[in-house]
Design a protein around this ligand. Structure first.
Ligand code: DP6
Length: 359
């Protein structure tokens, strides 16, 4: 499919008002998206676990307005008006209006809440943009009821990508690929697709405990971060490596080879941070406690036969990943040895999940 396929033919139906509510999960990348071209096209393919508990719930209410010269919307987070969220949504609307021509015809009220604390430093743009994209697709489906479920989800992912790249991986479970990869059938730069191949039972209900090392605002916005890959001396090698890692992951996922999985996932996380440390300007997004946690995880693995590992976002928090059969022992280890490094002792227990839901 190409971009043009997402531009609708004119609608014959008219709609006055209504509302839709969707709940969308967050996701955590195993092979990272870091670097993009124009129009939110990724420089390399990525793959993520969809999460189960970290979610955004968004209610989108709409009523027809008199004129259609501009966008009209208000945003509320936990019932509080949030004008500082508006510029990002305005940019999103500008990017997608060609694909949803009704956007200027309505007054919108966007009411959103997260199941995780907003100030937790966990990115809410992925779950937030995907929930909003799904609500918008529900409106489009009112105009055109012949839209298939398959097209609905594809276009929602396509739109979410234009809001925030990683958001296009936050609609379906439980493993999602975004970005064209030769060996992954159906993969596309334009939207996320469910990982189409066999996944070993070792990855069933895989656990992710998020250790909140630093709950502050992101030090570097992801857009600034992605831009640092333009002209980065190691960029081309990095993009090649991500492709290779995704190739390698196909057999790792099939065979359930956890040792190789750990090496690949931890290397991806550290490479993402290495890219930021070696860009110009350069950043260190880890905190001393991030390193303390990583070292403790490595030591625990050395002393036990645990398959616990870590991954990182573009920040200081640590995602601790482990198989379901270690849920009890690793949680005990986290409580005894890692919670001390979390801000106010805060952490979030999550696991692999099954995607967005209409409420
Ligand atoms: C480090 O999706 O937040 O989490 O497209 O600019 O909104 P924008 O970036 P964003 O980048 C996320 C990058 C990452 C890695 C990943 O999720 O793959």
């Amino acid at each position: 499919m190409i971009e043009r396929d997402f531009i609708p033919k004119s609608y014959s139906k008219t709609i006055k008002r209504g509302s839709f509510t969707w709940s969308s999960p967050s996701n955590i990348a195993l092979v990272k998206y870091w670097g993009k071209k124009e129009h939110q096209i990724p420089e390399n393919p990525s793959i993520s676990f969809t999460l189960n508990n970290c979610k955004t719930v968004t209610k989108l209410s709409f009523s027809k307005k008199e004129t259609n010269d501009d966008f009209s919307f208000d945003v509320f987070l936990d019932d509080e008006k949030k004008d500082d969220f508006k510029p990002k949504i305005e940019t999103f609307f500008k990017r997608i209006v060609i694909y949803l021509p009704f956007l200027k015809d309505f007054n919108f009220r966007i009411e959103t809440s997260n199941t995780f604390p907003h100030s937790s430093g966990i990115a809410s743009s992925a779950s937030g943009m995907s929930a909003l994209a799904l609500c918008l697709m529900s409106i489009e489906r009112e105009f055109n009821q012949s839209i298939s479920d398959e097209f609905f989800i594809k276009k929602a992912s396509f739109l979410a990508r234009l809001g925030s790249g990683s958001a296009c991986r936050s609609l379906e479970g439980d493993l999602v690929v975004w970005g064209k990869h030769e060996e992954i059938e159906g993969s596309s730069d334009l939207f996320g697709v469910k990982y189409p191949y066999e996944v070993h039972g070792n990855f069933k209900n895989y656990q992710d405990t998020i250790l909140l090392v630093d709950k502050g605002e992101k030090q570097v916005s992801s857009t600034v971060g992605h831009n640092l890959m333009h002209g980065h001396p190691f960029a081309q090698e990095r993009f090649k490596q991500a492709n290779q890692n995704l190739s390698n992951l196909i057999s790792i996922l099939k065979e359930g080879d956890l040792d190789t999985f750990i090496a690949l996932v931890e290397s991806e996380a550290l490479t993402l941070h290495a890219m930021m440390m070696s860009s110009m300007p350069y950043f260190i997004l880890m905190k001393p406690n991030t390193l303390e946690i990583i070292n403790k995880i490595w030591k625990f693995r050395q002393n036990t036969d645990s398959k616990v590992c870590f991954t990182l976002d573009a920040g200081a928090n640590v995602h601790v990943l482990y198989p379901e059969n270690e849920a009890e022992t690793v949680l005990k280890f986290i409580k005894n040895e890692l919670v001390a490094y979390c801000q106010n002792g805060h952490y979030i227990c999550d696991k692999i999940g099954f995607g967005a839901k209409q409420l």
